[in-house]
Each structure stands twice: as C-alpha cells, then as structure tokens.
Design a binder for this molecule. Structure first.
Ligand code: ADP
Ligand code: MG
Length: 568
C-alpha cells in the first residue's frame, strides 16, 4: 500500500527530456521550430563546443509577454493547440508543449523575450526561476548552457564534437531549406557556416546552404492533385551521392523520414543511376494537415500520411519523366577549372595503362588432385552463341566456358597484382570537384584528409566545402572516378575508417568487367585457347570477380548418366 507516488515536476520534465532532447541537435531543432512558429523572418543560431557549452537561438518573431514567458517553461504549456480538433490539424511545427521545460530540466536555460512592449528575462536553473526586465526588442533569444550537466549518462552517450556539430548543421540546413522565406544564420564557434537570404527562393537557399554545384545541377519539378502538391528539385545524376543523406523530404516544411517515399525516389532514379549511387533531392510535400499524423514520436520526424501509397506511385512516375526532359549529358561541373594535364602519367609504365594480354601474376602451384581435373590443360574445340567456349579435358570431360566471365577473372587478378605492387597516382581523367554538404564538410578534417592521402587520394581545398581531386591511385582509373572518390570520403567521414581493400576490390572488379572481352564476340580457336590458358593460370579460375561461374563441367560420368549408360 502507498507504493505509488506522483512524480514531481522536475523529475517528470527530465523523463520527457529523455525523448525530446536526445542530443545538441535536438535542442537546435526545438528552439528553431519555436522561432518559426513565432513567425520569425530572421533566425540566428550560434553553437559553441558542439552545443555542449552553449547554444543560442535568436529570432525576430512575435515574442512573449511576461505571463506567457513564465508559462512557456511549464510542462504541457502551449499556445499552438487548444482542443482535440486542433491536434488532428497541426499547422505549426510544435504542439506538445514539452520542449522548453524539457530543455530547461537538463541545462541552464535563459530567455529574453518581448512582444515589443516591455521585455522579460527569465533564468531557469534546476527548479529556480528568476525573472527580470529586458530590452523591449520584439523577438526572443534563448540561451542553453551546459547541456546535460545533470544527466551524466546522456552526456557520455554523445558522439564526438565533430559528429554532434555536424548533426546540428544538418538539422539547421534542413530547416533552412524548408523555410526559404526565413533568413537563417548558422555559426559554429563564432565562425559563419552558412547564411540564407530569406528571399523565398528555394533554389537560392539550396545554393547558400549546399553550394553552387548542387544548385546548378538541380531539375525543378512540380505536381499537384486534389490530396496534395509536390514540388522541389531533382539532382542530376552527375551530383548523385554515395549515401542517402542527401534525400530531403519536407512535409509542410518539416523535415521528415518516410522510408517508403525514399524508396520511391530511388526507384524513380533507377534508369539514371547505378544501384550504389543515391540522388540528391529536395521534395516539398504540401498536404492538408488533417491527412497527416505528426503525433507519432516526440521528435516528430516520423509521421503518418494517409496518402503515402499514392504519393509513392506519383514519384515513381514523374521523376524519370522530369529527368528525361533535361539534358543529362555529363558536363564538367565548373567550366572555368583548368584542364588538368595528365603529367603524372609519364612516370607510369605503359603496361599499366594499355590493355595487353601479356601479364605476370604469380601463378600458385595448383593442387591438382583427382577431383580437380580442370587444372590440367583444356582444349578449345569451338564457340557457341559467340559467347561460350566448348572445351575438353584430358579426362574426357566436356567444359563450357563463359568467355566474358573468364576474361573478367583474368583481368581482375592482373589488376589486383598491379594494385598490390604499385602506389602510382594519376590525375583524374576529367577535372573532379567534390562539393560536400556543410554538415559533411565539417567531418572531413586534416587527419582524415591525410588518411585519404595514404590511400592515394589527394584532395585540395577549392572554395567553400569543395575539394578538387588532384590525384587518385592508378587502379581507380577507368572506374567511375567520382563514385570511387565519394565512396572513400563517405567511408572516412561516416564510418571513421577506410576499408581500402573492399573499395579497391570493387573498383578493380568493375574495371575488369569494363575492360573484358564481351559476350557475342567471335573468337578464333587460338584466341579461345589463349583465354583458357590464361584463365587456368589465375588463382581462382572457377568464378568471375562477382562470383558467377566461369565454367561448367560435364564429367564423363555425368555424360554417361545423362545418356543412361550407367544404369541409373
Ligand atoms: P510547443 O512548441 O510544443 O508549444 P514549447 O515548449 O516548445 O512547446 O514552447 C512552449 C510555448 O512557448 C510555445 O507554445 C510558444 O507559445 C512559446 N514560445 C517558445 N519559443 C518561442 C519563441 N521563440 N517565440 C515566441 N514564443 C515562443
Ligand atoms: Mg516547441
């Protein structure tokens, strides 16, 4: 009896904070959303020490009078909804009345606010609130200091400063893109990261946040139907990325995660991108609020939208149509960049560049046993469908060889042997500029650039958040160079490590495939014989680098069985 108690305010706020305030970027998101709901046209955000020591959000919105300012810090105090009816028609970004009390419960929060008549300053620390006068400047400034000072477990769970800062920038980038009518300023440790004009042009906002290359390579689109309208920008395949973090979906201005919609966008790009590349897209979805349930999770990033399947179908249809209408021929991304001369090529032995049939790979001693008859010499007999070589072995087996798969295996091992022994670097075939989002550029520090250099990749700063690739390892040549470089950068910034072997193997496999003899190509008996002999010298003659078989064997026994000569 008497075991149950009602938790006090401070404790219940801290519990709510567990969901609402996960990390510094959650504070940025909640405070900026409040500024937007207060109809601010200018929002300035300053983040210090990854948000650990101080986050300041200043806006020129409606502000609060003194009574409201005091109430705002109480749990479930909101000006945004009044009735259940409103809850199902949310037009604002906030409505739960939880953010301010939650943030105040895990930090030292102070607020200066004014509606233009008188001004109020409130300092909230633990359960104490002090109220004083402030200048009558319309708008609100909220300062959050020492975040998580009283929740050591949460503090410990934070990632590196770089990652937390990057998350804050990403959060703010999306808010800025979703609200082109608002001028955003984002500064980190007193340095400006981006500033948008607030002129209402989303493409200009994309340029201010993500850079010129991104903005220049966007295809605008729009579509409307009775249930919703969609509009936005589809990144041309040229600026596709090696991760999904550049696919931005904004539902009524709120950045949301809708996995089905993301899958539909990828599907829409299917004929324009290889499966390992992801598009850069900004999709604005305007929907009647009654069709959306934002009350799914306290962070409101997950939502339910009743017309999701229809939206999905429409995207799958309109994306390829829009992409087809635009000239998608790859162009140098920046015209004034000086064409880089392949000066490094001089130091490279010719055999590395020219396809040749003579190569030296270490031929392992084959473990020829009675179960490995194929390792002995095979005799080319004929070719069928200009694709398969028919051969026989001395044991009387019939062997069918896929000529493309065989050539791929041979080249793969040849290129691999080269990659192992050479650290040759070359300039990319076409000038290569890599423009990163500000949140990603933040993660690419000197140490990581040096680590990339060790893999043979040289990046030289080329303007804001942009790098020029001046050198790549020779074996990355002829592979999709941009894809290769972005794959490496992606690994080092998101996984903090480079699996150079995996990337190299993929590059080499792809290059081997491109360089190899194709199907539907007639060969003379001596060409077939040369291919077979070369294949048998490889480490793994039985499969191509992608794991498909290079040859199929019908042993004498199997042939006899098929002809029912064995009695089975
Ligand atoms: P919610 O946004 O869900 O209503 P919050 O705890 O974030 O809850 O904010 C509580 C209330 O404080 C808001 O409903 C709003 O009236 C007021 N408020 C918060 N931030 C601002 C701001 N920057 N400008 C004006 N009013 C604000
Ligand atoms: Mg709020």
């Amino acid at each position: 009896m008497g075991k149950i108690i009602l938790l006090d305010n401070a404790l219940s706020n801290m519990i709510a904070a567990g969901e609402v305030v996960e990390r510094p970027s959650s504070v940025v998101k909640e405070l900026v959303e409040n500024s937007l709901d207060a109809k601010a046209t200018t929002i300035q955000v300053a983040i210090h020490d990854a948000g650990r020591t101080k986050i300041v959000v200043n806006d020129n919105g409606e502000g609060m009078d003194r009574d409201d300012a005091v109430l705002a810090l109480k749990r479930h105090a909101t000006s945004k909804i009044k009735t259940e009816f409103d809850l199902f028609r949310i037009k604002t970004l906030g409505f739960r009345g939880e953010a301010l009390p939650s943030i105040a419960s895990v930090s030292k929060l102070s607020m200066e606010t004014s509606t233009g008549q008188g001004g109020t300053k409130i300092e909230a620390h633990e359960d104490n609130i002090s109220i004083s006068d402030a200048p009558a400047r319309t708008g609100t400034t909220i300062t959050v200091e020492e975040l998580f000072y009283n929740t050591p477990a949460r503090l410990k769970y934070l990632k590196s400063d770089q990652t937390e800062t990057s998350n804050c920038i990403e959060t703010l980038s999306r808010l800025a893109i979703g609200h082109p009518h608002v001028s955003f300023t984002c500064s980190i440790d007193e340095k400006l990261v981006f500033k948008t004009s607030g002129r209402g042009d989303q493409l200009e906002t994309i340029m201010h946040v993500f850079g010129t290359i991104a903005a220049k390579n966007m295809v605008p689109f729009s579509y409307s139907c009775p249930d919703f309208t969609i509009s936005g920008y589809l990144g041309k395949p040229d600026i596709a990325k090696s991760n999904r973090y550049y696919m931005i979906t904004l539902l009524n201005g709120r950045s949301v995660y809708m996995p089905k919609i993301q899958a539909a966008i990828i599907e829409g790009y299917r004929d324009f991108l290889p499966s390992v590349r992801f598009p850069f897209t900004i999709i604005n979805l305007k929907v009647d609020p009654s069709l959306v349930d934002v009350n799914v999770h306290p962070s409101k990033r997950e939502i339910r939208f009743s017309k999701e399947d229809l939206l999905k179908q429409i995207l799958i249809e309109i994306i390829p149509n829009h992409l087809k209408q635009t000239t998608l021929v790859a162009q140098p991304l920046v015209s004034n960049i000086k064409k880089i001369l392949p000066e490094h090529l001089e130091s490279v032995p010719l055999s590395f560049l020219e396809p040749d049939t003579e190569y030296s790979v270490t031929v392992p001693q084959p473990s020829v046993g009675s179960d490995a008859p194929i390792r002995s010499k095979l005799h080319a007999m004929t070719q069928i469908h200009s694709t398969y070589i028919v051969a026989t072995s001395h044991t009387g087996a019939l062997i069918l060889i896929d000529q493309h798969a065989a050539a791929e295996r041979i080249n793969y091992e040849k290129f691999q042997a080269m990659a192992k022994t050479s650290a040759y670097k070359v300039t990319p075939l076409v000038p290569l500029l890599i423009e990163l989002k500000p949140s990603e550029a933040r993660l690419l520090d000197e140490t990581k650039i040096t680590a990339l250099q060790e893999t043979g990749l040289t990046l030289v700063p080329f303007g804001i958040n942009t790098y020029q690739v001046t050198q790549i390892p020779i074996w990355a040549r002829e592979y999709d160079e941009r894809q290769y470089v972005e794959g490496l950068i992606d690994q080092i910034i998101h996984l903090d490590k480079i699996d150079i072997l995996a990337i190299r193997d993929e590059a080499i496999a792809s290059k081997s495939c491109k360089r190899s003899l194709k199907a539907n190509q007639s060969l003379s008996i001596s060409e077939m014989q040369k291919l077979i002999d070369d294949l048998l010298k490889t480490d793994n003659p039985f499969s191509c680098p992608h794991g498909r078989p290079t040859m199929i064997e019908f042993s004498q026994y199997e042939l006899e069985k098929m002809f029912k000569r064995t009695g089975f």
